[in-house]
Design a protein around this ligand. Structure first.
Ligand code: CMP
Length: 402
């Protein structure tokens, strides 16, 4: 196996059977490792299955050590790596992923030095190996990183309120309860339990001033957490929008119709288009219905049911523009022949785009005119007896059914 292929199949979202099998085995071994960790702390289990647990533990350690070695070997094949191989490997070993993978090999190393009883207690580090495979946790990391300034400001506010609360509680309560509030560090325990709204109740203020202060601190605690939740929620919404934008951008870039337009136009078009997936045989457009959007084909094939003969459109083509331009009902039904990924442009955005991008507008209008005259010619050529334009063309399967 080449180093490039090894690198590819170890990527979290790599397609292909080998990559999927490797992921399945990896996750099963993480689960096995966690199972061993839990079983090892149960005296009865340890007594009953000591040898089995021992063998399984060594197997898990060996697997993660091999994974670390394989990732280290494959590191120079990362996209954009032009450094000498040893430097790429060092950079990977020092990266977050590399450090977590080294931690995954830690129980095996501890086992060599101190034996399994001690080493298996560190098996909890294996659960961190799943982070790489969870897009949700990757998003969370990005959300926290993007919102770090706002989150740190709230944290600073939290610290200020905490210290002020402990100092005031010390002033109010130090004579009434010298044990619990005899110093500001001692009062901090009460302040943190109150500000986080945990309220253990082991230390409570006795004086009137102390109780009034407690009320203010509790409300402040709720406000602080509401702020944190708000920052994270808007960060998540932003991240979801960003991911959707990137996916649409990727799809737009695949449509040849947009190949010759600049990045600024692609960015504008991406904002207006919505990706949509259709299964094979789904009706995308029905003849005679009012037009509300047009489509660009990213992948797959559709059939335009025209008389006398149907037409096929594939990746890069567009359809549904005629009804939007003329205001007339849909001129033909369109059915997905294979599973399709399309980009839809609704009528409001269609008008906006035509107004702002004259080049695209001209290309779409010209194609609509060409199709219209081709359809008119085809209708004229059709024998009068067959001219029932309200009927869609039957598909091959419909024709054979009837
Ligand atoms: P619209 O009339 O909105 O809905 C049906 C669509 O079929 C139409 O827009 C065109 O996009 C498409 N269409 C009509 N005639 C042809 C043709 N001759 N070749 C390819 N596509 C067509």
């Amino acid at each position: 196996m080449t180093r490039d292929r090894l690198y590819r199949i170890m990527q979290p979202e790599a397609p292909g059977r080998a990559a999927r099998t490797l992921r399945g085995v990896h996750h099963a071994i993480v689960a096995l490792g966690i199972g061993i960790l839990l079983a090892d702390t149960e005296a009865q289990m340890r007594q009953a299955y000591d040898t089995g647990l021992d063998v399984a533990f060594h197997f898990v350690c060996l697997f993660f050590a091999a994974e670390y070695a394989a990732r280290l070997v494959a590191a120079p094949s990362a996209p954009g790596e032009h450094r000498p191989a040893w430097r790429s490997r060092l950079a990977w070993a020092l990266s977050l992923g590399g450090v977590f993978d080294l931690l995954g090999a830690l129980p095996g190393l501890l086992d060599i030095q101190f034996g399994r009883g001690y080493a298996s207690l560190f098996g909890f580090v294996w659960v961190f190996k799943l982070i790489r495979y969870s897009p949700g946790l990757t998003s969370l990391r990005r959300v926290i990183s993007d919102a770090r300034h706002a989150l740190l400001s709230v944290l600073l506010g939290f610290g200020i309120v905490l210290l002020a609360a402990a100092s005031l509680a010390y002033l109010a309560e130090r004579h009434a309860q010298p044990q619990a509030f005899g110093s500001i560090p001692a009062a901090l325990w009460w302040a943190i339990a109150t500000l986080t709204t945990t309220g253990y109740g082991d230390v409570v203020p006795h004086t009137l001033m102390g109780r009034m202060l407690a009320g203010v601190v509790m409300v402040s605690g709720i406000l602080v957490f509401a702020l944190w939740a708000g920052i994270l929620a808007s960060g998540y919404a932003e991240e979801t929008r960003r991911r959707a934008f990137l996916r649409t951008w990727d799809l737009v870039a695949k449509v040849p119709f947009f190949h010759n337009v600049g990045a600024a136009v692609i960015a504008e078009v991406t904002r207006l288009l919505r990706p949509r997936d259709f299964p094979a045989r789904a009706f995308i457009i029905r003849r005679g219905e009012p037009g509300d959007c047009m489509y660009f084909i990213v992948s797959g094939e559709v059939e335009v049911r025209l008389r006398p003969e149907a037409r096929r459109l594939t990746a890069g083509d567009f359809f549904g523009e005629m009804a939007l331009l003329s205001g007339a009902p849909r001129s033909a039904s369109i059915v997905a022949v294979t599973p399709c990924t399309l980009l839809s442009l609704d009528i409001v955005h269609f008008r906006e785009l035509l107004g702002r991008q004259p080049e695209l507008a001209r290309a779409i209008r010209e194609e609509a005119r060409r199709r219209e005259s081709a359809d008119a010619q085809a209708r004229r050529r059709e024998p009068a007896g067959l001219r029932r334009t309200d009927q869609p063309v039957p598909t091959a399967s419909e024709a054979s059914d009837s």
